[in-house]
Design a protein around this ligand. Sequence first.
Ligand code: H79
Length: 445
Amino acid sequence: MKNIKIPFILATTFLFLNVFNVNAQQTEIPKEKRLAWFKDAKLGIFIHWGIYAVNGIDESWSFYNNYISYNDYMKQLNGFTAKKYNPTSWAKLIKESGAKYTVITTKHHDGVALWNSKFGTLNTVKKTPAKKDLISPFVKAVKKEGLKLGLYYSLLDWSHPDYPFFTRKEKRYKEDTKRWKKFTKYNFGQLKELTKYNPDLYWFDGDWEQSAEKWKAKEIRALLLDKTPNTIINSRLQGYGDYATPEQGLPIRKPSSKFWELCMTMNNSWGYQPTDKNYKTVNQIIRILVDCISMGGDLLLDIAPKADGTIPKEQVAILKGLGRWTNKHKEAIYGTRAGIPKQHFNGYTSLSKDKTILYLYVDNKPNGPLLIKGLKNKVNRIWVVGNGTKLSHKVVGKQYWSHVPGMLYIDLPEKVQDKDVTVIAVLLQGKVDLYQEEIKAIESN
Ligand code: H79
């Protein structure tokens, strides 16, 4: 009797749950699953490409902030040729940098769409000498290289006749339900078009100008996840995104969000600005990347192609420089998790997914052996990542009567050091186990 009852109860419960689980929003693929690739990716390349590259001025903000008149800003449409645009070579270069994903601006705050949108006429096909849909061939090239695809889309559109804000000084209207409705229809129309590219990621921007309710953020999320169920969404959808998006400011502490990405420019500009030569060095960017990795996040590094579609040589050099380092150290980059607290090692660290390998990132010339404190595990083997050299270590100061682990010293000969950041792999016996108790009286007296 008992044996029949249990399967019966299970089956009816299962049926019951299924019947009530019909709504699309309730069947969202869990975040952990959708964001798994993103958690492992570590490096992405952001692309800001738009008519602002013609004059080499601030993307959209230059007219919003009245540094140039709207009409003069829009004259840049006539200079946007894309005549040397080669999406295959872009995708190959992005891959060479070691990035696992890329995010391209399909439409910035200026409202100029880079694809052949049926909504409005302000796009590169109808309004520029490029006369082309620039997104489709990029999508194809990116997918061919096996990279994940992200589409940047500005929710706000300072060009649209029914959008309330125009410039910092000029507003089109305050409240007008009819016009706002027209605008949301347009936004939804464009977003629906973008779902055809089947992107892995939607990167929203400009959400701060309206509330979640006004944008219909919940409905936007539902639309995108209905059309592309595996996709992920950044945080700029007024509470309806999946992961945190700090911009330019490298976090000081590990962000509380499990999934996060720092987006950052190579110089001081998102778009192409030939006068801005204030590039970060390859060394600095590698160290920023390592910083993000040590806190369990990704770096989304921006490039800014010219109006003809070529990538400035300084940016190509940075991507190649990054590629040298990422290729050599791939085992200590992709799929890693945040490292151990700084009290244990005076530098950046990360852990393998199974927590049995501790990676140390040495970004300065050591003055003596490296030191790890409070590590309870036995160490099985230590080697230099991307070089293979085995390193010797010594545990010093362990007292048989104390629980406090000894000090683990690792010699790092100069000849095995990397010119940017040297990475040491410490293979532990079992999962990392740290001594973090307060030192007891007898052990500290
Ligand atoms: O596309 C690039 C920039 O053009 C765009 N995001 C990157 C990826 C960007 N949008 N805004 N910002 C950069 C700076 C935003 C500043 C803000 Fe504010 C501070 C937005 C909300 C608070 C200043 C005050 C602007 C609006 C209110």
